[in-house]
Design a protein around this ligand. Structure first.
Ligand code: PGA
Length: 256
């Protein structure tokens, strides 16, 4: 079963960067400089304010749009929050859930991640669920324990069909925005263990379909090597996704 073909995905997480005009310019440059991506799914995640404009710009192109977060309720008295209804309404088809910056600065837990993942499916969004250990957890030899809990609790209660659609992103916290990338071997080791865990949770057939992206200082130089590993099915790219030529190079390494 290990030779199941999974279409690679390259997703750009813009974080709290780019105005509407700058976002439009970035996706136009990506599209104009690389019109035929080959067999790879490409996603960009602008700030909420730019989702509509970026989605309109990309209409009919091969690039899809993601939100970076949603609230788990559909609507109501949650000042300042945005639900899956609004993200979908603005033009998103995917949503990043449980990014380590949300866990670290905004108190997200495996429990809220689980509610958000279910809400995403409820509103027709495909969740890209982030997991990953901190430096201290890695030093303490707790990588597998931490990720097992994040996967089991974050994805609790999903149907087989939902498991078959979702995307997981392994992002070691110590590699995000630091320039310190996990080596291909280090990442593959964790990706393979996530796959094994998924096999136990939902069985071979569905587990083999799930794409597991790597994230953390992915760039135009290291992408090809990382993507060459069996269980690394794509990348969630932060900093380098803001540089059109670098992002295009990363897309090319996935489709090669
Ligand atoms: P980075 O961010 O590529 O800038 O390390 C990745 C992420 O946070 O998704």
């Amino acid at each position: 079963m290990s030779n199941v073909r999974r279409t690679p995905m390259i997703a750009g997480n813009w974080k709290m960067n780019l105005t509407i005009a700058a976002g439009i310019e970035l996706v136009k440059t990506i599209h104009y400089s690389h019109r035929h991506p080959g067999e790879v799914d490409v996603v960009v995640a602008p700030p909420f304010t730019a989702i509509r404009a970026v989605a309109d710009t990309l209409n009919g192109s091969y690039i899809s749009v993601a939100a970076q977060n949603i609230h788990w309720e559909a609507s109501g008295a949650f000042t300042g929050e945005i639900s899956g209804v609004f993200a979908k309404d603005a033009g998103a088809d995917y949503v990043i859930i449980g990014h380590s910056e949300r866990r670290q600065y905004f108190g997200e837990t495996n429990e809220t991640v689980n509610k958000k993942v279910k809400a995403a499916f409820g509103h027709g969004l495909v969740p890209i669920v982030c997991v990953g250990e901190t430096d201290a957890e890695r030093e303490a030899g707790r990588v597998h324990a931490v990720i097992k809990t994040q996967v089991e609790e974050g994805l609790a209660g999903l149907t087989q069909e939902q498991f078959g659609k979702l995307i997981i992103a392994y992002e070691p916290v110590w590699a995000i925005g630091t320039g310190k990338t996990a080596t291909g071997e280090q990442a593959e080791e964790v990706h393979a263990s996530i796959r094994e865990l998924l096999v136990k949770l939902i069985g071979q057939e569905v587990a083999q379909k799930i794409r597991i992206l790597y994230g953390g200082s992915v760039n135009a130089k290291n992408a090809k090597e990382l993507l060459s590993f069996t269980n690394i099915d794509g990348a969630l790219v932060g900093g380098a996704s803001l540089k059109p030529q670098d992002f295009v190079e990363i897309i090319k390494s996935a489709s090669a």
